[in-house]
Ligand binder design. Sequence first.
Ligand code: UDP
Length: 592
Amino acid sequence: MAISILIYLKSLFLVWFWLETSPYLFRVFSRFALVSRLQQQGTLDCLILYAILCYFIETESVNQWIHLIFPPFLILDLLIKDRSVKLHVFFWLEILVLGMLVSFGLNIGFITNPDGGLYFLEQYAYLLSFFWLLFLVSLLNLCNFLDGLLLGIVSVICHTFLFAIFTQPSLNEGAIPFALTLCPACFLFWVFTMLGEKKGLASPVLSSTIAILVGALSVVATSKKVALLSLGMTMGLFIVPILFFAFLIFYTHIQYKFGSKNLADKPQALWRFTTTSVNVFVVLASLCLNFILVCAMIMENLLWFVALCIFACIMFLKLAKRIFIKKRIRYRDIFFTSQDHISLFGIRIFRGHRNRAVEMMRTILASPFTAVHHVVTPDALCLFRATQEPSFKAILQKAYIAIPDGAGVLWTSIFLKERPILERIPGVEFVHDLLNLSHTSGHKVFLLGAREDVLEAAIQKLYERHPQMKLAGHRNGYFSEAEEEDIISQINQSGAEILLVAMGVPRQEQFIDRNRHLLKVKIVMGIGGSLDVLSGRLRRCPKVIQDYGFEWLYRTIREPWRISRVYALPMYIVTVLKEKLSLGDAQEKEDP
Ligand code: UDP
């Protein structure tokens, strides 16, 4: 035990010494371009970790694996300068290194049955070990999107492994110095990235090698039970933050909605979202999960276990609140009605009330000029698409007005902006507003899109609701690009001033953008699946569900083929979080 503590302290000292002295050393050697590049890329930190591990580990087999893990990454890092190429090659290199590790004997040979017996994996050992390592390494690498996050999480996981090593009966002797060196190294790397004093610690070369080392440690050092639990925990590490941040966005919205009847008095929490605060939060979350894991390992008494878990969760929530809530402000301090738009992900979104938007449409229709005004109705998925596809984003940016359809956009604005969107304007209802304008002022409307039967049913329903509506013409939405010219001239000849295109996102936006210069209408709006709803073919989602942002769930249940779109939602939450972080980091710099 005393020797173990000594190894821990010695490696802690060595890593600390290296991190403290290396910036000075590099200043001296910065004339050599290669040295400064390697420092920026974290290669030299990787090298020192390699040296320290080799120094402490005497067991032959573990030492062999260490020699296998580092050199390929270091050599590749020397050879390839371009970061994007490197990331791509790293993935294959990781697979290769993992394959070699497994074939050289880094295997999960057996699993403990729940009844205490052993289940030997035999010929499946290679396959299972390979996929286990690949899964762990890929998950950990995902964390690298935020500087230092991987190091913080790995540090917590390693400490749990260390605990597991000392509590389990059988021991791989190489595991102790391995874990004892990796633990302080990751912890110090994490602290140094948080302090931002040293560059390169979040580099892919360091992250990849550390992720593989942790994978190896999970096989060498721990019982399979701990390894399996740690797998669950690692998965939890990804689900917990996404759920937590989704909850935070939702919670901010609820506060905004019910905080006070008077809008100017509504409280708004200003979140302290910076790279550091999110790092500290995630490390806390993983500490909490690990604490529960350790309790599960040692606690015989279920009651004590539950009590400790509840204690851990309460402490975690209390600390999380301290980390994130900067202060609460009242809307009257930030409320400016004069500002009609806000920018979300670089797209100008209308933030005012619905009647103000209708007023803008009325002005356009009344004006004698015939410029085309494109109205888009983005929801959360649409915004996400814009962050992924520059050409689609450019179309949204060119639009005259972007009306926030969908609670997701409203919540995003509440979460990201001090002056959020005031109300959600569902696209279907805005269609009725435009048709009302048509029937009160005599402006003609052209409907383009949907299947012929749906379109006809929708027109019939629309006439029932707006008997004075002036329909200039209609056309179903199934045509080839070659037919577009004819359709455009049909629309122009009909004398329509409002064109509603119901061909789904992004088809309708692309169609409008392609033909904008040929169109002679004043307002053109993409209305997605609105005609399906207006025709009665699809039932509109109940308002309560819409208001609480679960329209996507309702629509997915009704139209299961939409499931592929739902996958984008967690990615959208991550995108919102990234945006919040960049805003927070920028603010922190301005106002230290
Ligand atoms: N649609 C169309 N032409 C096409 C493909 C689709 O007119 O080539 C119509 C389809 O009939 C449906 C609508 O576009 O009425 C699809 O709407 P969706 O619900 O996919 O759009 P969202 O509301 O998600 O934008």
